[in-house]
Write a protein that binds this ligand. Sequence first.
Ligand code: ADP
Length: 501
Amino acid sequence: MGLVAGRKHITRGLRFTLTMGYTIVFTILLLGISLVFRQRLASSLDDQAHVDLNRNSTIVRGNLRLYHAPEEKYGYQPDWFLDPHDPEENRIKADVQNVEIVADANGNVLEESKAYQSLGADSVAHIRSVLNSNQPVWLERRDPKGVLYLIRQFWVESDDHKKFFVAIGLSLAHNQALLTQFTWVILGLIPLVILTGGLTGWVFAGRALSPVIEIAQAAQRITGSKLSLRIPSRGAGDELDYLIETFNQMIERLEINFNQVRQFSTDVSHELRTPITIIRGQLEVALFTAQTAEQYRDAIVNSLSDIERLSQIVRALLLLSQAETGQVALQKQSLDLVELTSETADQFQIPAEGADLKLTFSANCNKCLGYFDRVQIERMLSNLLSNAIKFTPAGGRVEVSLKREGNDAEIQVKDSGQGISPEHLPHIFDRFYRVRSSDSPEQGLGLGLSFVAWIARAHGGSVDVQSELGKGTTFRIALPLHASSGPEIAQESPSELMKQV
Ligand code: ADP
């Protein structure tokens, strides 16, 4: 229950995080883009207002005439040179006069619109500064209602070359309304878009993550006793399928290891049980039936030899597991493999002759130098040779050959013996694996080939076997020459223990 709750919580968290991250980025992007657009709109509206006022001031300069009129209060009269019958010119004039003032240098107003009046009066000092400047003055003013106006102030000359102050303006109310409308539309749309985006993200994240939950559920069903179960592939060929495939491969490796460990425990118990049962039987018989010191002594001697076999198994196992977990360091030195192999083969001449076998050695090179642990290479060859002699009937042949190919050497131990049937062949390097048959010679521990495989691997090499029932067996060991690693110091030499295997 706790597991399920925990899983749900984690999944929701991931989905939530994905959706939140996506929504936050989306919101920031949307706000940024909206802000940029608003700025662009504001500045283009502003530019347009300036263009309009510049155009109007050109019209004023071209069409407003100020002439001396003594009958007027301030002696000057503004007059517009426009065709009163042209509707377009009338519209422009009305447009200009909507927000307008014409005044002399003393601030006396010759013409002023109501709208301009509401924006407040210009001081005489200000009017004079405009008259003295060659550049127009741009201002923004608000009327009592708060409407913003853009104003352009400049001067025009009368017929008798006197400067007059002119200001024209434009209401920015429309622009402001447009900007406000834009802002409201954006403010209204953003939450809607974010909500839609967030919901879509939530749905997509949920869909993307749902196979993860299925994988987790399938993984939960796989236990130590159900390691043969696999997570079914979805066939989408995506990252999750890759995850499923990797996961299944991991389970497969675990299954193999589990089975090996299981098999190993069974084999070890079996191997230990037999000598223990024998010892127990011998001691019980001695206890109940032996009468003389001689009989007791025989029982003890027999038990000791079985105890010796027991300790042999235990020590060999210990060494093998140390070797396979990398706890046994090699004592490598530069050695000639030709010499090493021929010497070992020589040592087996007498046992071979004793078994009425012909043992030969051949090499296609004079020297094959590489870094090897002498004792272990000798043990590896000894294990192969003693098997070959053991499993080859009298009159047969055992051939040891050495080939150099580039930077590799291949040692071949070939016999014309009983061979190994195909169903046993894949297992003969497993610990305790022995082919049991009625015509098999005396059984060993079934650990010799496990050591052969480890020694070959520990030297960076490999071993393989080919066999045909009734015809013979060939073991091939590939070893690299000029191994890159230098001599290593053994923490504990395995040679003594291996001699007994
Ligand atoms: P053992 O100590 O029993 O020889 P090994 O690990 O050396 O253990 O060998 C495992 C089994 O492989 C042997 O029991 C035997 O059945 C088979 N085997 C090994 N070498 C040969 C060979 N040259 N010919 C036939 N069978 C062999």
